[in-house]
Design a protein around this ligand. Structure first.
Ligand code: PAF
Length: 294
């Protein structure tokens, strides 16, 4: 496995792979890898001859400096996991490799001014103003910014994303379509802990007790799925909100039932419409998200 920090080196090596007719599968990550990431690597290995993962904690997608500071960083352990999984290349750039000073300054200004419309790559419409977009201003602009940079460096044939970040997946699909990038996006199912908790790098920061409490999130989602169509959407939302709000350690940000394509909140069942239930909440210092296709 090769570990690279320079985008030029990475481009050079990838172009050599492409000259040898290899297909490139790419998994962008922010490190702190878990089994969910490894399932993406395994899927990529089964479909592509070269698998590349990036490890980069992207500052421009954090709208909370504490969250950025405390984001788990486990580079050595990540490299061991990736090597074991058969990853061929890790691209792990420093911040200066990916962003100019000016870009970072602009970002800070934008956080304070909330002037997110400036300098946007593409227009995501409602996709970026609902749910995560509403609660994390600028987050998806930062995600699109870094993922588009990574795609330009790596130019993968296929890229692999987990469904846990369902809204992120929708944003990346929209970006790839609007920028006409010839990249196939493969979405992969959420992996869960034995108690149902969706696997996430942020789980590393939960105490054993908090992990137990956090199981109520997926339990609620599974119950909502069970009640689906036997209760109205308003009733489903009320049930979930009441159950999650009843847990004193949770600070619920949103529970939403939305159209899977537009992510617009749904208020009634419509024929042929696919819906998803999404939730975000704070447990102590940790922000957790989860979802379930209904
Ligand atoms: O899902 C993540 O880990 C990040 O948002 C991503 C896609 C690697 C961009 O920084």
């Amino acid at each position: 496995m090769i570990i690279l920090k320079s985008k030029f080196e990475t481009k050079k090596i990838i172009s050599a792979f492409k000259n040898q007719q290899h297909s490139i599968g790419f998994i962008p990550t922010m490190g702190a890898l878990h089994k969910g990431h490894i399932s993406l690597i395994n899927k990529a290995k089964s479909e592509c001859s070269i698998v590349i993962a990036s490890i980069f904690v992207n500052p421009t997608q954090f709208n909370n400096l504490n969250d950025l500071k405390n984001y788990p960083r486990t580079f050595e352990a990540d490299c061991i996991m990736l090597e074991k999984a058969g990853c061929n290349v890790i691209f792990a750039p420093e911040i200066a490799e990916m962003y100019s000073e000016k870009e970072l300054e602009l970002k800070n200004l934008k956080i304070e001014d909330k002037a997110w419309t400036e300098g946007k790559l593409v227009d995501f419409g409602t996709l970026e103003i609902v749910m995560e977009g509403a609660h994390r201003p600028g987050h998806f602009n930062g995600v699109a910014q870094i993922v588009s940079k990574l795609f330009r460096i790596i130019e993968p044939d296929k890229t692999y994303f987990g469904q846990k970040d369902f809204q992120q997946l929708a944003i990346i699909r929209s970006m790839v379509e609007q920028l006409s990038m010839p990249i196939e996006i493969i979405d992969c199912p959420i992996l869960r802990e034995p108690n149902g908790l969706a696997m996430s790098s942020r789980n590393e920061r939960l105490t054993t007790e908090q992990r137990k409490t956090a199981a109520l999130i997926s339990k609620t989602l599974f119950q909502v799925k069970n009640f689906y169509t036997s209760k109205s959407i308003a009733e489903l939302k009320k049930f979930a909100e009441q159950q999650l709000n009843a847990e004193p350690q949770f600070k619920l940000e949103y529970f939403e039932i939305a159209d899977v394509n537009t992510l617009k909140p749904a208020s009634e069942y419509k024929a042929n419409q696919k819906l998803i239930a999404c939730v975000a909440l704070q447990l102590g210092e940790i922000r957790l998200i989860d979802n379930i296709l209904l």
